[in-house]
Design a protein around this ligand. Structure first.
Ligand code: UDP
Length: 142
């Protein structure tokens, strides 16, 4: 298995509930290292650009409104199989369908306010990491 990086976002609902530390703890306990992290309040333009692939979906406007409703934490997670491992830690998109012990099961209330984002494939991870971080802002573990 290869060491990978993935882009994670702790969404406005989870930040508002003071869950940054609890969520980071789940990542670290599972063996993912946080190699870059910053807090941002996304502009409409930033949120629309990040979710551009969903532009035609019926939930797009609500998603952008939610993602700009409060601060988020954007972060790069690094580790063995990091992309799939983070998706497992997150759980299904709809918290009602997420397995017990996953972030979305434990911390999210609805499909639109679902606590976290995680890249779903190597190509999206590369694009999403580059969307928020310059290479010198990432501090790999030795
Ligand atoms: N989303 C939504 N309604 C839906 C489907 C998705 O509000 O019916 C939102 C939800 O916040 C989700 C995001 O759009 O996390 C991106 O959707 P995707 O299918 O990529 O899910 P994810 O990769 O986040 O699990």
């Amino acid at each position: 298995m290869a060491t990978e990086r993935t882009l994670s976002i702790i969404k406005p609902d989870a930040v508002a509930k003071n869950l940054i530390g609890a969520i980071n703890s789940r990542f670290e306990t599972a063996g993912l290292s946080i190699v870059a992290q910053k807090m941002l309040h996304l502009s409409q333009e930033q949120a629309e650009g990040f979710y551009a692939e969903h532009k035609e979906r019926p939930f797009f406007a609500a998603l952008v409104e939610f993602m700009t409703s409060g601060p988020v934490v954007v972060q790069v997670l690094e580790g063995e199989n990091a992309i799939a491992k983070n998706r497992e830690i997150m759980g299904a998109t709809n918290p009602a369908e997420a397995a017990a012990g996953t972030l979305r099961h434990d911390f999210a209330n609805s499909i639109d306010a679902n606590a976290v984002h995680g890249s779903d494939a190597p190509a999206s991870a590369e694009r999403e990491i580059g969307y928020f971080f310059k290479s010198e802002e990432i501090c790999p573990r030795g």
